[in-house]
Every structure is written in C-alpha cells, then in structure tokens.
Design a protein around this ligand. Structure first.
Ligand code: ATP
Ligand code: MG
Length: 251
C-alpha cells in the first residue's frame, strides 16, 4: 500500500460550514507546512473555532476537503484523525473537577474525557498510563499536584494540563484554541514558554487574540473575517497589510 505524500502537514481546501443561514466558514483554503507555526486571527465570531472543529472532525463541513500529510481525512471521525497525528485543545476546559489531576490525565490518555480525548491506543497499555500521566504532569511542572483534585488548580494550571495532555499524544499537528485566554501575566509567560518549547516536528496552528504574545510564536498568519480568509502569509507581511489593520487591529 502506498502512502499519500504531500509537501503540507495540513491542507484545507474550500471548507464551507453554515449554521442555518449563517455561513461561518466560506471557502477556507489553507496550506500549512510541516513544522510551521501558524497563527489564526480574526474578530469574535469570524469562524476560527468552527474551522478547528472541522479540521479535528468535531464538525462535518458542508463542503470542501481536509488533508493531513496528503491523506484526505474529511470523512474520518476525530479519533481516526488523532491516530494520524492530529491533536487539539479547546477554548473551554472540561476536566473532572472532583477527581485528582493524575486520574484526569490518565483518563485523558485513555480517551475517556467527554467528547474530547479520543481513544488513540490499545487498552493493553493501561498499566503504563499512570506512569505516563505523571510524566505528562512533570513536563508542565505540576507533578507535585498529581494527587490533588482538579478543583484546587488555578485556571492557568488547568490550561497547562490541557496542553500537556495534547502534547503527550506526540502529535504531528497540534491545534491550540486560545491557549492564553484568561491567564494572568505570569501564567501567560509560563504557557507561552511551553508553546515555544514544542518540538519542531510538531506543526502548530494557534488561534489567539493576545497579539503581542502570539506574534512572537508565529511564523505565518491567517486573518479570517466573516468566515473568509482575508490575508494569509508571512507574519510581518500580514501584520503590515492594510486589510489586517482595518479588520482586526482597529488602527
Ligand atoms: N453549533 C453552532 N450552531 C449555530 N451557530 C454556531 C455554532 N457554532 C458557532 N456558531 C456561530 O458561528 C459563528 C462563528 O463562531 P466561532 O466560534 O467559530 O467563532 P470564533 O472566530 O472562534 O470566535 P471567538 O473569537 O469569539 O472564539 C458565531 O456567530 C457563532 O455564534
Ligand atoms: Mg473561538
């Protein structure tokens, strides 16, 4: 069997998604190279999260296609995309508040958190999961809280857990939906350096409103507005573009 090959880690080809009469993504085409750091920006309601939902398989597009490393995954459910190396975080954190951090991460590794962490490995590796959960927590400096309930964590610590859980799947493509939202300055610095330390063999696509921080991490930027790609390219070119200022920077 020959594997499809591609110059791109992730391609979306003319993605359309509507809710009722509202067209939320309109012909969105993106080509993202392996290892690239892509920032997706745009006003509230521009369709950024909806685009991620289509890429991850949480939502089916009305039309268009999605390719991961050249393979068409448009019709695949989320867990089969995860098998192929796609991982994501969500804008809203859902961990089991009353349960310990270690147990949450273990469940996450197993694919048992609600609708989010899909099964990606056989149950036979279960006994390794507790060890892996602790290693995951250690990677974000939270091992000392492993036996504490999630309800004791600060918001920024939960975000670090979520990022670590996504990274523990060793994704080839990682989608981050506003990883810095709602964080204090010091939490922001911590999460920013975690994102910066993601190995280059993981392609990172990040939605973020905090431009100061996000632009440091980004190599390329896509601006969405009303579901359409308005500007797309090298970071400095997109930022200097008149349309970016009109739509987003408000200058
Ligand atoms: N399941 C849904 N049903 C109906 N409308 C939806 C649904 N999901 C999103 N929308 C609408 O689609 C539009 C785009 O939503 P989306 O969450 O993709 O925006 P966004 O760019 O991520 O915005 P934000 O910056 O606020 O996170 C919004 O008007 C939203 O209300
Ligand atoms: Mg969003």
């Amino acid at each position: 069997m020959s594997m499809p090959s591609s110059n791109f880690a992730l391609e979306t080809i003319g993605l359309n998604k509507a809710f009722g009469g509202l067209k939320v993504t309109q012909g969105v085409s993106l080509s993202i190279r392996p290892g690239e750091r892509r920032l997706i920006i745009g006003p509230n309601g521009a369709g950024k999260t909806t685009l991620f939902n289509q890429i991850s398989g949480d939502m089916r597009p009305n039309s268009g296609r999605i390719k991961l490393f050249g393979e068409d995954v448009t019709m695949l459910p989320p867990y089969r995309r995860a098998h192929r190396g796609l991982s994501r975080t969500y804008q809203i954190i859902t961990l089991f508040a009353g349960d310990t951090l270690e147990h949450n991460v273990t469940l996450g590794l197993l694919g048992l958190l609600p609708s989010r962490w899909q099964m990606w490995r056989p149950l036979s590796s279960y006994r390794h999961l507790a060890t892996e959960a602790r290693r995951t927590l250690d990677s974000v400096g939270l091992l000392h809280l492993a036996d504490h309930p999630v309800s004791e964590l600060a918001y920024g610590e939960k975000r670090r857990v979520e990022l670590a859980m996504a990274m523990s799947q060793k994704p080839r493509v990682l989608l981050l939906d506003e990883p810095l939202a709602g964080l204090s300055d010091s939490e922001r610095t911590t999460v920013k350096s975690l994102v910066a330390s993601i190995p280059k063999d993981t392609t990172v696509v990040m939605i973020e409103h905090d431009m100061d921080t996000a632009l440091d991490l980004a190599e390329t930027v896509t601006l969405l507005n009303y579901g359409r790609v308005i500007v797309d390219g090298e970071r400095d070119t997109v930022i200097a573009d008149e349309r970016t200022r009109e739509v987003y920077l408000g200058a």
